[in-house]
Design a protein around this ligand. Structure first.
Ligand code: NAG
Ligand code: NAG
Length: 349
């Protein structure tokens, strides 16, 4: 037998075993739809989805939809060299395990929305050199572990909205140098810690709307000097004046609407007066004297202030005494049923 041939055989055998070792079976007769050269092909997969099982051609998208897949295991999707998008949505996946995505050098977009994911293991997303976006929307994620998004040099956007997260920790991310947009709205996060984003300084958009935020550390936003948009609407914040906004030297839009502020003063926003162009404060039970001050201040500083709910007659409250002063007051200075009436959503102009 030709020597080269036997070496080749040995190599082939070796690589096949390596793949097999790296594959903890994920699929069980699942349908995978492959879009290539403007055609769609369907393939039934058991075990792992490995590049050498796929048809030849320019694959642009791989869809795995509406199947029952309990977990994505190590090597679930691996060794695909083409530039492509991967959609694994509506599959009832509970867990994403370490190294589910392996050797996918040109994977760009990864969609994992609408599964039942409750946990994502450390190193679930590791060494994906071309990935720009990861979508984990509409799952049941409660916990993300340290070192989950690791070595993703091109990751720009991450969407983890509409989940059950109680905490945010920047240690989820390691070596994600161009992360631009962190979207965490509609979770149950209760606080933002000191310097919570100091290792993610490339961020320009951070969204925490509709969580249960009650506390923001005064130095929470340390290091975010590229941040353009910060949205904190629909939370339970009662006080904002101690939050140090000086760190946000590029802030353009700030949303703190629909919280529980009775007091907000122009002083709270002076640090960002130079760059901020839009401020959303509507739907808070603010003292009327404070609203007056803010409206005047915004107009003097050329800031667009959204302060009024369209369909509501009452957009500010009078405290029970000295109503002309915008000052910090204890809750017993307000009519509680009136304060409650501010909790519902509203439309703005
Ligand atoms: C707020 O942050 C700035 C740095 O951007 C710092 O100089 C200043 O001392 C901080 N303010 C307070 C009250 O700590
Ligand atoms: C509190 O506000 C409600 C309406 O929002 C009003 O009916 C009630 O009389 C007020 N109570 C007091 C003590 O002013």
């Amino acid at each position: 037998m030709d020597v080269t041939y036997s070496i080749l055989c040995a190599l082939l055998f070796f690589s096949v075993t390596v793949y097999a070792q790296n594959c903890v079976p994920t699929f069980q007769n699942n349908e995978v739809e492959i879009e290539l050269n403007n055609r769609k092909l369907t393939k039934t997969v058991t075990g792992c989805l490995v590049g050498n099982q796929l048809p030849r051609g320019n694959i642009d998208t791989i869809n795995i939809k509406g199947q029952v897949i309990p977990s994505l295991n190590s090597g679930a999707i691996s060794n695909i060299q083409q530039k492509f998008q991967l959609n694994i949505i509506h599959n009832k996946i509970d867990v994403i395990r370490e190294n589910s995505f392996r050797n996918l050098p040109r994977l760009v977009d990864l969609y994992l929305d609408h599964n039942h994911i409750t946990s994502v293991e450390s190193y679930a997303f590791e060494n994906l050199p071309s990935v720009e976006t990861i979508y984990l929307r509409n799952n049941n994620i409660e916990v993300i572990k340290k070192d989950t998004f690791v070595n993703l040099p091109k990751l720009v956007l991450i969407y983890i909205n509409n989940n059950n997260l109680k905490k945010f920790d920047q240690n989820w991310f390691v070596s994600t140098p161009v992360l631009d947009r962190l979207v965490l709205h509609d979770n149950q996060i209760t606080s933002i810690k000191r310097a919570a984003f100091q290792d993610l300084r490339s961020l320009t958009v951070v969204s925490f709307d509709n969580n249960n935020l009650r506390y923001i550390h005064p130095e929470a936003f340390y290091g975010l000097n590229r941040l353009d948009e910060l949205t904190l609407g629909g939370n339970e914040l009662t006080s904002f004046e101690e939050v140090n906004l000086s760190h946000l030297s590029a802030l353009y839009r700030l949303g703190i609407e629909h919280n529980r502020f009775t007091y907000l003063s122009p002083r709270s926003f002076n640090a960002v007066r130079g760059t901020m162009k839009e401020l959303f404060i509507q739907g808070n039970p603010l003292q009327c004297a404070c609203v007056d001050e803010l409206v005047m201040w915004a107009s003097n500083n050329d800031i667009k202030l959204f302060w009024k709910c369209e369909e509501k007659e009452i957009y500010c409250v009078f405290p029970l005494s000295s109503e002309n002063d915008c000052v910090k007051r204890p809750t017993n200075q307000f009519n509680s049923s009136l304060i409650e009436s501010f909790s519902s959503d509203c439309t703005i102009e």
